[in-house]
Design a protein around this ligand. Structure first.
Ligand SMILES: Nc1ncnc2c1ncn2[C@@H]1O[C@H](COP(=O)(O)OP(=O)(O)OP(=O)(O)O)[C@@H](O)[C@H]1O
Ligand SMILES: [Mg+2]
Length: 307
């Protein structure tokens, strides 16, 4: 993965009246990576995205896209960004294809071949010549995605893209986003107030609360470092683990421990040699909600799909 970020948010701050909507927010976004922007209603997700797309001027701080500052090189910077807002604007009585053609005409670099390519990328080949008003919400979202991809953006922003989609629609949308990140090497930034959804969709999660970025986590790293082990006798195992400086957290008939994957077979061997019984050891991921509660001491993130 490229080390240089495609997008850089640098000390972004937005003050309106006496209220600090966004407070010194810095974040780097990388090619091929899907970053989730998670926060409860009113946290400042849309406000941040508005500043990233030049719709709102930051009070201080800067947004760089591919090295170009939005405030001083808007045209160049924004030409690399694809944006999908909650409801992509489409001509309902035209076919999906004609809609794409219409958008393509606004940009001389978009060829017919590229239109066909994005249609395939979002799996719309079979329905693309039907009128948009016959599409389901999920299909409209995918058409919006196709449109945003037309001019090969390096960076794609989606503000709450799955609002209103059912679980199957969300799964499908997620699959297409993943494919696009991989095939086109696009950096994708997707906001949501739904932790379960963000957890499944993203490689990395940035949590925002009251306008402040309170954590950035890699999703995969998390998966690898925590293991759940069911053991007996618990007291002896706990003493053994603590003698090896492995911190434990009690869960059911065992412990959650933090290990690297190479340490697992070594530890299992040592436990067997010490007559400790191991019934199972599995990767364990703390739910994002637990992490969030730990971080904020009780801040809330909506769990349901209602707004
Ligand atoms: N133009 C404005 N003037 C004053 N306050 C604003 C303005 N725009 C947004 N806010 C406030 O800024 C805060 C952040 O709003 P924002 O829309 O960015 O939140 P969000 O994280 O996108 O929430 P949601 O999940 O509901 O979409 C809210 O308290 C909102 O009321
Ligand atoms: Mg919002």
């Amino acid at each position: 993965m490229e080390k240089k970020p495609i997008v850089k948010l640098q000390n972004l701050t937005k003050v309106i009246g006496k209220k600090k909507l966004i407070d010194d927010l810095s974040l780097d976004l990388y090619a091929g990576q899907i970053t989730g922007f998670l926060g409860p209603n009113g946290a400042g997700k849309t406000t941040t995205i508005r500043m990233m797309t030049g719709l709102m001027k930051p009070t201080s701080g800067e947004v760089f896209v591919d090295g170009q500052a939005i405030s001083t090189h808007f045209e160049e910077a924004i030409s690399k960004v694809g944006v999908i807002v909650e409801n992509p604007e489409m001509y309902k009585f035209m076919s999906g294809y004609k809609n794409l053609l219409h958008f393509a005409r606004m940009n001389k670099d978009v060829t017919k071949a590229r239109i066909d390519e994005v249609i395939a990328q979002v799996g719309m080949q079979n329905r693309i010549h039907e009128k948009v008003c016959t599409y389901s919400l999920g299909m409209r979202q995918r058409l919006g995605l196709a449109q945003a991809l037309l001019n090969r953006p390096k960076f794609l922003i989606l503000d709450e893209p799955t609002n209103g989609l059912d679980p199957a629609g969300i799964r499908e949308f997620r699959m297409y986003l993943r494919k696009i990140a991989e095939e086109e090497g696009v950096s994708i930034f997707v906001s949501s107030h739904l932790l379960a959804e963000i957890e499944l969709m993203c490689d990395r999660i940035a949590v925002i609360q009251n306008g402040k970025l309170i954590s950035i986590r890699e999703v995969k790293e998390e998966e690898e470092s925590h293991y759940y082990m069911e053991v007996s006798p618990k007291e002896k195992v706990e003493a053994f683990l603590s003698s090896k400086n492995i911190s434990t957290e009690v869960l059911g008939n065992g412990f959650v421990v933090q290990l690297s994957s190479e340490d697992v077979p070594v530890l299992v061997g040592e436990m067997v040699a010490n007559n400790l019984q191991l019934f199972q050891i599995n990767p364990h991921r703390k739910s994002l909600e637990d992490q969030f509660l730990e971080l904020t001491g009780g801040g809330q993130i909506a769990e349901s799909h209602k707004k």
